[in-house]
Design a protein around this ligand. Sequence first.
Ligand code: URA
Length: 187
Amino acid sequence: MPQTLSKSEALEEIRRSFEECQCCPLCETATNIVFGEGSPDAAVMFVGEAPGAMEDRAGRPFVGPAGKLLTDIIEKGMGLSRKDVYIANIAKCRPPGNRDPLPEEIRECIGFLWKQIEVIQPKVIVALGKIAAQSLLETDAPITALRGKFRESRGFKVMPTFHPSYLLHNPAKKREVWEDIKKVMQY
Ligand code: URA
């Protein structure tokens, strides 16, 4: 008799399936794979670009300065806890020197993220920044054109917004992100 896995078990199975992943060269320089974390039943999923230095060391997404800002958006802005949502990245290994993940690295990695999304079935995916938005929506439109409107990809609602790292350098843009997040909460 085939047994149905719980969402946590299904996520664990995906995590195990690429523990030894050598699909792209990023595994050669990464300290840890940053799989993602949060509630398997999350209604809202946040997707960033790729782990930075602190995430690489911790094996957890968004734990550096940009992570602190994302946590504030979730906790102070949305009134949720990080444990209520799910946080992941397009690329699960850190690109050296914090460069953007390359198109071929994204191509190799994004299938794992889609498997996570299929298991979690979030009501909304918030795509943080250009790389996440363009990769999830399979477009090369600029983030300034994409942000603030619900889009659809593979049957999932996607809200692109600015990346928290961008907000650290451009705090005036926080207002636009808050507008986007309010739409997510209303939905
Ligand atoms: N920036 C990202 O896009 N993801 C992280 O996990 C951390 C910083």
